[in-house]
Ligand binder design. Structure first.
Ligand SMILES: Cc1cc2nc3c(=O)[nH]c(=O)nc-3n(C[C@H](O)[C@H](O)[C@H](O)COP(=O)(O)O)c2cc1C
Length: 364
């Protein structure tokens, strides 16, 4: 597992502890920006041995479907260079079991549950949302639209703007207004901004970026696909640059839309990269399989990195990489009119976080 990266301007412990890590995600106030990624920590019970679920920004649960589901045949996980390929096939206990046992457990343990839902038809998503509406303790709903649409030749909802929007609209209409709905997008599309815009227009309060990329591995000994399901979803550090690109593009196009970013986050520096690209919070997924304590470590490393860069508040770093380029050092030399104040000003558009009060004291 990667070590904490040493950043310029090592902050002391007091400066790190003083960083205000609170954030807001589509109206949801979170004590810190590090969440679990759906499918990588179940419903929190196993993880709780390593990380107090109440200490996480939120717990995003494994995508739940209406009925119990056995998932795909094995083998359904294979390691790849810097990644993991899985074809679990949304194994799960079904909604009623989740509501009877998992959700109350999370609430009793002080966690903020963001419930991920998945369906094979628009109606299934609507029914899931309607049932969750009356379940106490749901902090948010994440809509996993990377599922085949049975009514449309099995085309994945997330890959067509109209299909994605129809699901999001149905979920939004059946979810309490006070509960944010996050649409989780697939990177396997030509134009992620088009899909993102369709989801927001359909009522998504925020976006989760990104789900896994479709991949495949062939075992050269057996000369057959390594996964029983043939193809699978690629996750882990291998996909991080794709995730950063998606977060960047969506934030650039819609800076007011809150983003929960995930994809290969292993360290606080990785989390910071997502924040600078425009994420208000991050989810940790594959890293948990190697290092169950990863969310707590990543949060500590993120605070350290922010302090080292002179940020007193996480929210001031959201989208900071989008600021205009600094003028060259000698620009305006002698005129006495050019300062670097504009260059240091945080990027506009972190609208879902508290108002920015001034530029951070970025060390040069
Ligand atoms: C084993 C496994 C199971 C997953 N299950 C789900 C799921 O049920 N719902 C979902 O929206 N995403 C699921 N994902 C995708 C993750 O939530 C995340 O979007 C993706 O893995 C990228 O983050 P990472 O590289 O940190 O893992 C799963 C990923 C893995 C590795």
């Amino acid at each position: 597992m990667a070590q904490m990266r040493v950043l310029p301007g090592q902050p002391d412990a007091a400066a790190t502890a003083a960083v205000d890590l609170r954030t807001r995600l589509a109206g949801l106030a979170l004590p810190n920006p590090v969440l679990t990624a759906s499918g990588c920590a179940g419903a929190g019970r196993e993880l709780h041995q390593f990380v107090d679920v109440a200490s996480l920004g939120a717990v995003v649960t494994k995508s739940i479907m209406l009925a119990p589901r056995a998932g795909r045949a094995t083998p359904r996980m294979v390691e790849t260079p810097s990644g993991l390929l899985n074809s679990i096939g949304l194994q799960g206990p079904g909604l009623e079991e989740f509501l009877a046992h998992d959700l109350p457990w999370l609430v009793e343990h002080g966690a903020r549950p963001v419930v991920s839902i998945a369906g094979e038809s628009v109606e299934e998503y609507a029914r899931l949302a309607a049932r969750l509406r009356h379940a106490p303790g749901v902090a948010g709903v994440e809509v996993n639209i990377s599922c085949p649409n049975v009514a449309n030749r099995g085309l994945v909802f997330a890959c067509r703007a109209t299909d994605a929007a129809t699901v999001v609209r149905a979920v939004r209409q059946n979810t309490a207004g006070s509960v944010p709905v996050l649409a989780k997008l697939s990177p396997d599309v030509t134009d992620i901004v088009e899909i993102a815009a369709a989801c927001v227009a359909a009522g998504a309060d925020g976006l989760s970026l990104i789900n896994t990329l479709l991949g495949m591995v062939i075992d050269t000994t057996t000369m057959r696909p390594s996964l029983a399901g043939v193809t699978g979803g690629l996750s882990g550090p291998a996909i991080r640059p794709v995730a950063v690109r998606c977060v960047w593009q969506v934030h650039e196009a819609m800076p007011e839309v809150p983003i929960l970013a995930m994809g290969g986050i292993l360290t606080g520096s990785d989390a910071l990269e997502m924040v600078l690209a425009g994420a208000s919070a991050v989810s940790v997924g594959t890293a948990i399989f190697h290092d169950p304590g990863a969310p707590g470590r990543i949060l500590a490393e993120l605070a350290h990195a922010l302090a080292g860069l002179g940020f007193a508040r996480l929210v001031d770093a959201v989208g900071y990489a989008h600021r205009p380029p600094e003028p060259p050092p000698d620009a305006g030399a002698g005129s006495g009119t050019v300062t670097d104040a504009g260059a240091d000003a945080p990027a506009e558009g972190s609208a879902d976080v508290e108002a920015v009060t001034g530029p951070p004291q970025v060390r040069r």
